[in-house]
Write a new protein. Structure first.
Length: 176
């Protein structure tokens, strides 16, 4: 075969280079999913499967973290502070990013309209209620309050639904 027409093959002899390529693929896939979700939301009232997923870092003061109040339905993940903000059906809640079963980081599955624990397969509705799996309770919520246009999350006050169901249900901010 002539050198000019030989297909180029990436033999990945440098395994670090292969890992970088996989990271780029994952980044692009996640970015495309986010763009698709935002596009669906921009078209009007979004069905549940089109809830957006954003990433941010809130402003921390002691055990509280302040975030801009989400303007639309969706999930916002602050990995640095291990908080998931969810705006859904007129309410905003703040959840621990950790599954209540074994503390594995939860993931949002837009195609199934639920949170999912990849370790033991527990699933949760957007408002944090347990659907199925090894978890024995709903997602843990943090106490929240409004401060002007910001949502203040008290990370020192983790509310477990099996310990205080009334406080868990009340740990939301209602929005219009």
């Amino acid at each position: 075969m002539d050198d000019a027409v030989k297909p180029q093959v990436n033999d990945c002899t440098d395994h670090a280079e292969c890992a970088v390529d996989l990271g780029r693929r994952d980044f692009l896939r996640e970015g495309l999913l986010a763009v698709a979700a935002l596009t669906a939301i921009a078209g009007g009232a979004a069905p549940l499967h089109a809830l957006s997923l954003d990433y941010l870092t809130g402003q921390r003061k002691d055990d509280t973290v302040s975030y801009p109040l989400p303007a639309a339905d969706g999930a916002t993940i602050d990995g640095a502070h291990k908080v998931i903000l969810v705006r859904y059906m007129g309410e905003v809640s703040a959840f621990s990013i950790e599954c209540p079963h074994k503390k594995t980081a939860l993931e949002w599955q837009p195609e199934n309209s639920r949170f999912y624990c990849p370790k033991h397969k527990s699933t949760f509705k957007p408002e944090g209620t347990l659907i199925q799996g090894k978890a024995t309770r709903n997602m843990d919520r943090f106490a929240v309050k409004l401060d002007g246009a910001n949502l203040v999350v008290d990370r020192a006050e983790l509310i477990k639904s099996n310990d205080d169901a009334a406080a868990w249900a009340a740990a939301v901010v209602r929005v219009k």
